[in-house]
Ligand binder design. Structure first.
Ligand code: NDP
Length: 617
């Protein structure tokens, strides 16, 4: 524990059922094993095509169409939940001329690509799925599977007329502000040169699959694919399992993050042999998946979904609530993270005001307890003691994305499943027949890479195209010394450009769709007001952007957060333990006041009606 008091809190430590000092040491040793000087550089992106077709779309057939040169009021880059919400909120605001562009063959974003068996979101469907109230949709399960999310995405597309002008299988190559015409020119890989009055970026944050840059990866002669491009042609079956073609196959899953946690139980049911190659164990808690009857949640009062989302978010922020609507692992563990003693209780116990370090120490105790509970659950579930020990995560809560699943740990009791723990070192190499760890070859027929997506990259790298604003200002240059925005939604020198997503200048929201909806509402408001006021251009003033950027930079919570993450084991949450690059849009500072305060700030700004900080023409 950072700065754990050595003196008068020793009594408190002595009364605990565990020794926090030795746990802290263990966490440090486990982290240090995993530190790699290359950080993000350890991975190879699939988009570069260096290792074949790992990034290819398995779900859509290529098609030809004529190049488009028309004008649309609003063009949105990205057809995932972010882009769909922007489209829906614009429609509600009376804006009907909207075009969404996406590389995929349909709407859905994450849920278009990630169709691996068992793929679902572990945020409760009633708060995660967008526009449930508007579409009167009752989720079928407590945690929705990909197919229902894809189906809902299509419903949103139809309900809000977003298919009419949508361009799928289309990759934007550049967006450029045309000063004389006061509009955006959007060019694509299909030769399109379309224009738009407003251009919205809704490009997600982790969409580029990556592979570990391991020696010999391209020499493997068996079958291999990335989790986000599942090959049902090879495995047989569908979302619900039935992976019958794996019955005579030796399969490797590389990675044990949130994706692998969902894949492993499904593959375990079918493969002749399944090796799970682990570098760092995930913290896996109870999910409690079940079917949800229509009366599962009270959907009768208007605004129920917003209220349920806020209730969830407030519990995560330790704001007392009369009722816990979602009542799942997220809310349960968040409640259990309450400091051992309040400052007042600690003062009574110590006979003086506790120091900042002592307060932090008291807070860390409950973190150790939560992680101890997660580790105990592994011991209780996994029969083989050696496997159980290897599956234990040794880091603090939220150092890595926590996972919730009812069948992952249980899968290791299946005799066909073998955990290959690499002791923090990762897979060592590939041979034509299999995978090497610690000099031992594991021969396999198929490798499934559940090794995640490029994260902590610049916005231009993420989207794959440059955005060029006034006087040829390139977004990559504009943000080269750090992201600058007003509210994370607009930036100076880029008129009529808006963005949604979990960027640095917004908040870290566990329920990402809640954030997207609040941002989409804000985007729709700005576009509607600009249109109603007959403005040709709207953009934030440079001093308003400077001011907001300083709010983010100087936020007190950020300092705590950055010191917490620097103590964590590497992963995309902490930029693989590297200091953040200045133009890294997603790692680093965030709005310090937390999600609810951030949403309220946006709502107040809209309510004020003065478009404060904006320059309008
Ligand atoms: P992650 O980046 O979370 O996990 C990648 C995994 O690959 C890690 O276990 C990593 O180990 C491992 N790995 C990387 N290199 C090697 C190597 N050389 N040898 C062995 N293992 C290696 O990717 P995911 O696809 O799991 O998740 C991606 C995103 O999708 C995350 O944001 C996640 O939260 C989200 N997601 C959310 C879900 C939900 O229900 N809400 C479900 C699924 C995904 P290490 O930890 O050591 O780096």
């Amino acid at each position: 524990m950072s700065g754990a008091p050595q003196g008068d809190l020793d009594t408190v430590i002595g009364e605990l059922e565990f020794d926090p000092r030795s746990l802290k040491k263990k966490y440090e040793v486990e982290r240090d094993k995993r530190l790699l000087p290359e950080g993000h550089g350890q991975y190879v992106p699939t988009v570069d095509g260096k290792f074949g077709n790992y990034g290819q779309d398995p779900w859509a057939k290529p098609f030809d169409r004529a190049a488009i040169t028309d004008h649309t009021e609003v063009v949105v880059a990205g057809g995932g939940f972010g882009g769909l919400l922007v489209g829906a909120r614009l429609w509600e605001a009376g804006m009907r001329d909207v075009r969404i562009i996406d590389e995929a063959g349909d709407f859905g974003g994450t849920w278009y690509w990630n169709r691996y068996p068992g793929a679902m979101c572990d945020i409760e469907a009633h708060i995660y799925m967008p526009l449930l109230e508007e579409l009167n949709h009752a989720p079928k399960h407590r945690y929705a599977y990909w197919s229902e999310m894809l189906e809902l995405s299509r419903k949103i597309g139809q309900r809000y007329g977003l298919y009419d002008k949508a361009c799928f299988q289309t990759v934007i190559t550049e967006a450029r502000w045309l000063e004389n015409e006061k509009k955006w020119l959007i060019e694509t890989d299909r030769g399109d040169r379309m224009t738009a009055t407003y251009f919205v970026l809704a490009c997600g944050r982790q969409s580029l699959p990556k592979l570990p840059g391991i020696a010999g990866i391209d020499k493997f002669e068996g079958h291999a694919f990335h989790s986000s491009r599942w090959d049902y042609g090879y495995t047989g079956g569908a979302e619900t399992g039935e992976l019958t073609e794996l019955r005579d196959k030796r399969v490797a899953v590389v990675g044990t993050g949130a994706t692998a946690v969902q894949i492993v139980p499904e593959v375990a049911k079918w493969a002749q042999k399944l090796y799970v190659f682990q570098r760092t164990p995930s913290a896996v808690y109870i999910r409690g998946q079940r079917e949800t009857p229509p009366d599962y949640a009270d959907r009768s009062k208007p605004g129920w979904q917003k209220a349920r989302r806020e209730n969830f978010q407030k519990i995560l922020l330790a704001t007392p609530q009369d009722i816990d609507h979602v009542a799942d692992g997220w809310t349960e563990l968040s409640r259990r993270l309450k400091p051992l003693m309040t400052s007042k209780e600690a003062a009574a116990s110590l006979g003086r005001k506790p120091t900042a370090n002592e307060r932090e120490f008291l807070a860390e105790i409950s973190d150790y307890r939560v992680m101890n509970a997660i580790r105990s659950r592994i011991e209780e579930t996994v029969q083989d003691p050696e496997t159980a020990e290897a599956l234990k995560p040794w880091y603090r809560w939220l150092c890595k994305r926590p996972c919730f699943h009812d069948d992952y740990l249980e899968a290791f009791n299946n005799p066909a499943v073998e955990l290959v723990d690499t002791e923090g070192l990762g897979v060592q190499g590939f041979t034509p027949q299999g995978i090497l760890v610690d000099g031992q070859e594991y021969p396999v027929d198929c490798v499934i890479f559940a090794t995640g997506f490029e994260a902590g990259i610049s916005y231009v790298r993420l989207t794959g195209f440059e955005v060029v604003g006034r006087d040829g200002t390139r977004l990559s240059r504009h943000w080269s010394s750090g992201v600058r925005t007003l509210h994370g939604i607009t930036t100076d020198r880029f008129p009529n450009l808006l963005m949604v997503g979990g960027n640095q200048h917004s908040v870290a929201a566990v329920n990402a769709v809640h954030l997207l909806d609040e941002q989409a509402t804000h985007v729709a408001y700005i576009v509607k007001e600009a249109s109603a006021r007959d403005l040709a251009t709207i953009e934030p003033a440079s001093d308003a952007v400077d001011e907001y950027t300083e709010v983010i930079r100087s936020g007190t919570a950020n300092k705590t957060l950055l010191s917490f993450y620097s103590s964590c084991t590497p992963g995309y949450y902490n930029g693989e333990s590297k200091a953040s690059k200045a133009d890294d849009l997603f790692f680093g500072n965030r709005y310090s006041g937390g999600a609810i305060q951030f949403y309220q700030m946006l709502a107040n700004w809209r309510h004020d009606g003065a478009l404060k900080g904006m320059v309008c023409d």
